[in-house]
Design a protein around this ligand. Structure first.
Ligand SMILES: [Zn+2]
Length: 309
């Protein structure tokens, strides 16, 4: 063979077992932010740079993974969050073409959108909720119900707030949430926390980053993992410094309180964590260290292709 390797992206998915549940992590791609020191408004910029450098991460730009978990309980296929979508007026305009890959990678993993029974949102921000409907507003998961925090539904689909939103992006956040989420209005499940949305899957209210932010506790046999959405965006910065606020936190104090509470809960029970924005595929554990928590990515078992004889 001559020439360069193919430039086509590899299929972006990984599979693992969680108790008796089959889990697939499907990549929606990545989103790029500017320098981290500008994304955490109450952090000391030099400390942000130092921490990133110590972890061999660049300081000039942060990229966040978009890891979407699909859990097969045996009779229900549950997908957590939906990525940025490919709507030219929303996801493509805002995030470019390095994200919005969910549908392509779902199919590569052998899952058709029609097979998804339930989409469980952690919250209604663009990078989680704009992949629910197409540009015309039709549901991309036509057989799915939609679970969402009641407070997020009320806050983010309220179009009367658009005229007061100071920036175009903030206006898009409301219009985009309304377009994507109301596409499922006839099969909505509004969550206050504590509900079981499928066998072994429980909603936990974690308001802060968003008014109705939800994390999901997924248990099978003796295995439990917390699918935590944007409770924590960064595997280094916010694990060592839960008191730092991410620029899109709705209520910074609440976001910090929920981070500390859930970190302690996960640590005390030695649960696993699934991080939406963490390095792909986003599954791992927290280790409590003197300066905060350290992310320990899992070595997920992989099924390798069979050798030809
Ligand atoms: Zn996010």
């Amino acid at each position: 063979m001559t020439g360069h390797p193919p430039t086509e992206l590899p299929p972006g998915f990984a599979r693992f077992e969680h108790g008796s549940l089959q889990c697939t992590v499907v990549s929606d791609g990545i989103i790029r932010l500017g320098p981290a020191r500008e994304s955490f408004p109450n952090a000391e910029p030099a400390e942000v740079d130092e921490l990133l450098t110590r972890h061999y991460l660049p300081t000039d730009a942060v990229h966040l993974n978009q890891n979407i978990l699909v859990v097969n309980t045996g009779d229900t296929l549950v997908m957590f969050d939906s990525g940025v979508g490919t709507d030219p007026e929303l996801g493509l305009k805002t995030f470019g073409d390095e994200a919005g890959l969910l549908i392509r990678n779902l199919r590569a993993a052998g899952i058709e959108p029609e097979q998804i029974d339930l989409v469980a949102l952690t919250h209604a921000h663009p990078d989680h909720a704009w992949g629910l409907a197409d540009g015309a507003g039709a549901p991309l998961f036509p057989n799915a119900s939609l679970a969402i925090g009641r407070a997020d539904y009320q806050h983010w689909t309220d179009l009367s707030r658009v005229p007061d939103a100071p920036t175009e992006h903030q206006q898009d956040q409301i219009k985009g949430a309304h377009k994507n989420i109301t596409a499922y209005d006839s099969r909505l499940i509004l969550l206050d926390g504590g509900e079981q949305i499928a066998p072994g899957i429980r909603a936990i209210a974690t308001p802060g980053h968003s008014p109705g932010h939800i994390v999901y506790e997924i248990t099978s046999g003796d295995q439990t993992m917390i699918c935590w959405g944007d409770l924590c965006h960064h595997q280094v910065l916010l694990l060592e410094h839960p008191e730092w606020n991410f620029m899109f936190d709705h209520d910074g104090t609440g976001a910090t309180e929920q981070r500390v509470r859930i970190y302690d809960y996960v640590d005390a029970n030695r649960y696993a964590v699934f991080g939406y924005h963490f390095p792909f595929p986003g599954h791992g554990h927290l280790r409590r260290d003197p300066g905060g928590f350290t992310w320990i990515p899992s070595d997920l078992p992989r099924r390798l292709p069979e050798r030809s004889k």
